[in-house]
Each structure stands twice: as structure tokens, then as C-alpha cells.
Design a protein around this ligand. Structure first.
Ligand code: APR
Length: 230
């Protein structure tokens, strides 16, 4: 039976595809204060700005391509039972061809009703405007988990993490909870790899193998190390 390789990804894996990370730019995200565009308060204050912002992010995400780090995770399915837990709202893991992708913080290509949070539909790349509503009449919002909001997919992510034989972290600053807490929920003693351009200055679990470098540059080294454990 293949070993279960659980991969936890953040904005750093998509950086070399051309998407900006969050914390590499002084709290500004594409020129916007994160609090204005990624909080319920920001949405209440100026929904039009928030819709425009995510419409731009959606379009930008469509214009870029998966990179060799996304592709590596697809190749690893030949030797491992690969499960990806991503904080990213882009769909680069899916477009690369990964089979099991859990989005912790939502998906840019979907919208959610403000009236009924269970109403989540794909936008197929279309922009959303003020006045676009679900059938019951609630304004549609981006299907993105904002700061201060619950993370409904966390329970599933935790269950997957607790079954890992190998845990691999790629391109996350490990600053945002509860997501970052997954790192401390792995079965004790399993190998934990961390790939990052700059390994985050956080408490790392025992058996942690830091690989400092860009996700694409580290992909071949990572592959060699992982295949030894298969
Ligand atoms: N290769 C590898 N790592 C990289 C690269 C790269 N080319 N470029 C940047 N990084 C690393 C940075 O060093 C940093 O550790 O990626 C990480 C990006 O961190 P953040 O910008 O904080 O992104 P992330 O951890 O995914 O953010 C978590 O915060 O804003 C919220 O909900 C949003 O999901 C997001 C969450």
C-alpha cells in the first residue's frame, strides 16, 4: 500500500507562477490593506471594493500556469497516496492535475450567498457585481475565508493530517491559525519536510527536515528525498 503523503501548501507555492504572496509585501496585498479586502468589516464597509479586488484576483489566477512544484505533487501520486491541504484560493493544484485537494480558505472560482452560507456555486471565471444574488435573494460574495471567520474545512484537514505517514509543508509563513496549527497535529515521529524560500521562524516539530529555497528550485531535491521514504 502506498504511504500517505499529506502536503500543506501556502502562497509560496504559487509565487513562481506569478501570484503574489501575502506577507512578502508589508501587509499590503496588491496595493490594498488586507483589512479592507479580507475581513467581514471590510466587506460591510465597501463591498464594491472587495468584489472588484477578488474579480481581479480571479482573472489574474486564470492567466497564470501551474509550476514545477505543483507538477511535482502530481508526479508523486505514482508512489504515494498524496493529499493536498492548501490555504490558496487559486486552482493551480487542480489545473496541474492533483487528485485530492482540500481548500482551507475557499476558492476564487466560487461564490457564496451572504444569506445562506451553504449556497456555494462555481462562477466559471465570471466577475461578481453588487446586486448579483442567489435564488433566495442574498448578495453573492467571494467564497473566501476572511480574517476572523470560521474555517469549516479545518476538521477534515485535521483528520487527514492525523493519518499522514509523511507531512510536507510548502511556501507558507505558518502565521495564520487555525491552518498553521496542522503542523503540530502530525503523528509523532513522522518525517516533516518544510520547503520555503525562507524557513519560517516558528517552533518546528521534531523530525523536521527544512529545505530552504524556492519551491521550484527545491522540487528535484525534495523528490529524491521523498522517494527514499516510499
Ligand atoms: N518558494 C517557496 N516559498 C516561497 C516562495 C517561493 N518561490 N516565495 C515566497 N515563499 C514563502 C515565504 O517565505 C513565506 O514563508 O511563502 C510564504 C508565504 O507566506 P504568506 O504570504 O504569509 O502566505 P500564506 O502562509 O499562504 O498565508 C496564509 O493568510 O492572508 C491569509 O488567507 C490568507 O491563505 C492565506 C493565509
Amino acid at each position: 500500500m502506498k504511504k500517505k503523503l499529506v502536503v500543506f501548501t501556502g502562497a509560496g507555492i504559487s509565487a513562481e507562477s506569478g501570484l503574489k504572496t501575502f506577507r512578502d509585501s508589508d501587509g499590503l496585498w496588491e496595493g490594498h490593506d488586507v483589512m479592507q479586502v479580507a475581513t467581514p468589516e471590510g466587506w460591510a464597509a465597501n463591498p464594491e471594493l472587495v468584489l472588484t479586488f477578488y474579480n481581479q484576483r480571479r482573472q489574474q489566477a486564470q492567466e497564470v500556469l501551474p509550476n514545477v512544484a505543483h507538477q511535482l505533487l502530481v508526479e508523486l501520486e505514482a508512489d504515494f497516496d498524496v493529499h493536498i491541504i492548501t490555504q490558496n484560493v487559486d486552482d493551480l493544484h487542480e489545473r496541474a492535475g492533483s487528485s485530492h485537494v482540500l481548500h482551507l480558505h475557499g476558492e476564487l472560482d466560487k461564490v457564496q450567498s451572504t444569506l445562506n452560507p451553504d449556497y456555494i456555486v462555481s462562477m466559471k471565471g465570471a466577475p461578481i457585481s453588487l446586486g448579483d444574488c442567489c435564488p433566495q435573494g442574498g448578495q453573492l460574495r467571494p467564497y473566501v475565508v476572511w480574517f476572523g471567520e470560521p474555517v469549516p474545512a479545518y476538521a477534515d484537514a485535521l483528520a487527514i493530517t492525523r493519518e499522514a505517514d509523511i507531512f510536507l509543508v510548502i511556501g507558507t509563513s505558518l502565521q495564520v491559525y487555525p491552518a498553521a496549527g496542522l503542523l503540530y497535529e502530525t503523528p509523532s515521529g513522522i518525517p516533516v519536510f518544510i520547503v520555503d524560500r525562507q524557513i519560517p521562524d516558528v517552533r518546528l516539530p521534531k523530525n523536521c527536515i527544512p529545505l530552504e529555497g524556492s519551491a521550484c528550485a527545491m522540487a528535484p531535491i525534495l523528490k529524491t528525498q521523498l522517494l527514499k521514504l516510499r
